[in-house]
Design a binder for this molecule. Sequence first.
Ligand SMILES: C[S@@+](CC[C@H](N)C(=O)[O-])C[C@H]1O[C@@H](n2cnc3c(N)ncnc32)[C@H](O)[C@@H]1O
Length: 255
Amino acid sequence: MTRLVEVEQTRGRLAGPPLTPRTAVIWSVLRAELDRRAGAELTVLDVGGGTGGFAVPLAQAGHRVTVVDASPDALAALTRRAVDAGVADRVHAVQGDGDALAGLVEPASADMVLCHAVLEVVDDPAAVVAALADALHPGGAASVLVAGQAAAVLGRAMTGHLDVAAMLAADPAGAAGPRDTLRRRFTADDAAALLTAAGLDVEEVHGVRVLTDLLPAAVSDGQPAALLELELALAARPPWRDLAAQLHLFARRRA
Ligand SMILES: C[S@@+](CC[C@H](N)C(=O)[O-])C[C@H]1O[C@@H](n2cnc3c(N)ncnc32)[C@H](O)[C@@H]1O
């Protein structure tokens, strides 16, 4: 937690995107890795990177980013965003399915892989994580963001959908039947086990949006700075971490 707050306090001197409860914790973790590799032009793979919310700032920071995404529309928006930011030469868009990642990227070719908000929807998350690990150099870093099961149960219950909350809590995959928009959600332990099984050593687990989604808009809109500070303070600390809407895992490929 201390490191997160320290990084956050230094953000004035660090170029980067606006920090929100959705992104601040993740950028704090990524920045520490970028600072550790300061001066190096990293090769980054962003699987399901969408419109480039992470890819474009990473390219602006001097790195080369390949985004693999299933959606042509998302990739078109990514390309426009990269052009507008003046980093089109550093961002490579590849249309492809995360489930087929192993055939799309060179083994041991990346210094860092991102897989944010994707493992919830792929066919086989274990195979995708194995492909992420294979794409990394030994010692390379993985940033994985997944939906939290506990937060979904709380969220549904608090809006009065007790039947859906009960279904989510009882389902080992953390989904609420065929009408659920996600195929699965994770506990911190489940997500860590998935990464460990693929040969990734999990170094840090943080909660993203511990409180934000539970608060009335009057509070989150009215006190954004205090909310961001509280999110950063709670992110690494169970039990609050484990109640977050998303769980962020930072891991490294075993050497
Ligand atoms: C919720 S968005 C997350 C975007 C980005 N990673 C972020 O965190 O801002 C999920 C992205 O994953 C992509 N996606 C969904 N299923 C996929 C699959 N099987 N293979 C590759 N990309 C996929 C979607 O097109 C979308 O861009």
